[in-house]
Ligand binder design. Structure first.
Ligand code: ATP
Ligand code: MG
Length: 158
């Protein structure tokens, strides 16, 4: 199924923005045209939902979440940045492992099973993309993933 990843991403962000209960600001840095990706929409929703849920879960009161989508040569890179607790450097790659949670005591009360990012990694890699995290403890976290994409038809026919 071919999906315009930009409007798709916007609609997911809209849904979270309308239903959020926290005092967190959303900022979007997305292109306004279209970019098509061949992908299972339900699975893509699951991946983005988990990343945004995590960003909300670990955001402080009054924090900001920034949503980005950048087009490179033949990939799009989607990013979600928060201003939350962050992830210690030595744990940063483990968050994509099944059942891994940074601080069991800290995260127990926030719920979750530690499967979300492992599922996201599987899904992204099955579609030929990559997923990674950058973080500064106490400053915030960015989760990014790439997917191969096709430019819009207008670009192709020019
Ligand atoms: P689930 O997604 O299954 O409900 P979960 O959110 O704990 O549970 P993952 O989404 O896989 O599991 O995330 C794994 C761990 O990575 C989290 O428990 C948390 O410790 C850490 N983590 C993920 N995203 C962030 C973030 N934005 N800021 C800080 N820590 C994060
Ligand atoms: Mg999660």
């Amino acid at each position: 199924e071919w999906i315009d990843i930009i409007s798709f991403y916007n609609r997911i962000i809209d849904r979270f923005e309308l239903s959020k209960q926290q005092n967190v600001t959303f900022e979007r840095k997305l292109p306004t045209h279209s970019a098509f990706v061949e992908i299972d929409g339900d699975k893509l929703t699951q991946v983005i939902d988990n990343i945004i849920s995590n960003a909300l879960k670990y955001s402080p009161e009054g924090g900001k979440i920034t949503f980005r989508l950048e087009e490179k040569n033949d990939i799009v890179v989607i990013g979600v940045s928060d201003q939350g607790v962050g992830i210690p450097k030595n744990n940063i790659n483990k968050i994509f492992e099944r059942f891994y949670r940074v601080d069991k005591a800290r995260t127990r009360k926030l719920g979750g099973t530690g499967l979300g990012l492992a599922i996201a990694k599987e899904m992204v890699e099955a579609h030929g993309g990559e997923i990674w995290a950058t973080s500064k403890e106490g400053k915030g976290t960015t989760i990014s993933f790439s997917l191969p994409y096709l430019r819009t038809e207008e670009d192709d026919w020019e």
